[in-house]
Design a protein around this ligand. Structure first.
Ligand code: SPD
Length: 269
C-alpha cells in the first residue's frame, strides 16, 4: 500500500491509499483514490479537494450558512464545485433553480462516475450545468439570490475567482455570497487576499469549520452581502433531518473567532 502526501509550508498530511481509481490530465490533473481511513478522495492538481469521510463538514457549512441566512433563496449559482457536493446540499432547499458553473467538464464526469457524492443531484430537474470560467459567467448572467464559490486553491484555473473584479461582478449579481477562503493558519496570504478582494461586499464576515483532510484541519469561509441570522432556528425547519453536520448552533458557533484570527480579519476588513 502507498501513501498520498500533501505538503504546505513545511508540514503536511499523509493519507494511506488502497488504490487509485482514476487519473486524467485535461484542464486540471484529476485523481480519485480509495483510501484506508477517509474512504474515497478527490485530488485536483495535487491538492486534496474532498474525502468522503469529511466532505459534509465542508459542503454543509459552505452551503447552509448562506442559504439559511437569506430569507427565501430560490435561484442559486455555484461557481466551481464540479464534484457535486455543494449542488447536493443546495438542492435540499426549496430552490427553483441551481446553476453549477465549472470550467472543467472532466471533474464533473469523473466525480459522477467514480465518486458519486452528488447523490443524483446532477439529474435533478432544478439543476443546470454550465461549463465555463466563473468570472466570464458573471459578466452576462441573471441575478441570483445566493452565489456559492466552491473553488480549488487559488492557483491555476481558479485564480480568476479570487480577484477583485470577480467580487465586483458578484456584488451586482447576488444578495448573499459565500466562499471558501483557505486555511487562515497556514495559507495566510490566500486568506488575506480573499478578505481584501471581497471588499465590494462591504458587509462580510469570516466563519470557520474543522475539515480534517484540509491543511491543518482549520478551514475558513467568508459570507458577504445582505445576510441575517435572525430566524435561523425557524429557517432550519426547511432542511431539518437532512444534514450530517450543520445545525443552527454550529452555524452561530462558527462565527466565534479566536483572538488571533479576529486580529487577522480586522487588519484586512
Ligand atoms: N486545499 C483544499 C481546498 C479545498 C477547497 N475546495 C474544495 C472543493 C470541494 N467541493
Amino acid at each position: 500500500m502507498d501513501w498520498f502526501y500533501e505538503y504546505y509550508n513545511g508540514c503536511g498530511l499523509a493519507i494511506k491509499i488502497k488504490r487509485k481509481l482514476y487519473e486524467t490530465k485535461g484542464v486540471q490533473k484529476v485523481e480519485i483514490y480509495e483510501t484506508e481511513s477517509f474512504r474515497k478522495m478527490l485530488v485536483i492538481d495535487g491538492k486534496i479537494q474532498l474525502t468522503e469521510f469529511d466532505e459534509a463538514f465542508y459542503h454543509e457549512m459552505l452551503v447552509h450558512v448562506p442559504m439559511l441566512s437569506h430569507k427565501n433563496p430560490k435561484n442559486v449559482a455555484i461557481v466551481g464545485g464540479g464534484d457535486g457536493g455543494a449542488l447536493r446540499e443546495v438542492l435540499k432547499h426549496d430552490v427553483r433553480r441551481a446553476v453549477l458553473v465549472d470550467i472543467d467538464r472532466n471533474v464533473i464526469e469523473l466525480c459522477r462516475k467514480f465518486l458519486g457524492i452528488d447523490r443524483g443531484a446532477f439529474d435533478d430537474e432544478r439543476a443546470e450545468v454550465v461549463i465555463m470560467d466563473g468570472k466570464e459567467f458573471l459578466k452576462d448572467c441573471e441575478r441570483f439570490d445566493v452565489i456559492i464559490v466552491d473553488s480549488t486553491d487559488p492557483v491555476g484555473v481558479s485564480d480568476t475567482l479570487f480577484d477583485r473584479e470577480f467580487f465586483e461582478l458578484a456584488r451586482e449579481k447576488c444578495d448573499v455570497i459565500s466562499l471558501q477562503s483557505q486555511s487562515p493558519l497556514i495559507q495566510k496570504e490566500y486568506f488575506r487576499t480573499l478578505l481584501f478582494n471581497s471588499s465590494p461586499f462591504e458587509r462580510r464576515e469570516v466563519y470557520i469549520s474543522c475539515v480534517p483532510s484540509y491543511p491543518l484541519a482549520l478551514w475558513s469561509f467568508i459570507i458577504g452581502g445582505d445576510y441575517d441570522f435572525e430566524s435561523l432556528d425557524k429557517r432550519f425547519e426547511r432542511i431539518k433531518g437532512k444534514t450530517a453536520h450543520y445545525n443552527p448552533e454550529v452555524h452561530r458557533a462558527a462565527f466565534a473567532l479566536p483572538e488571533w484570527l479576529k486580529k487577522e480579519v480586522k487588519e484586512c476588513i
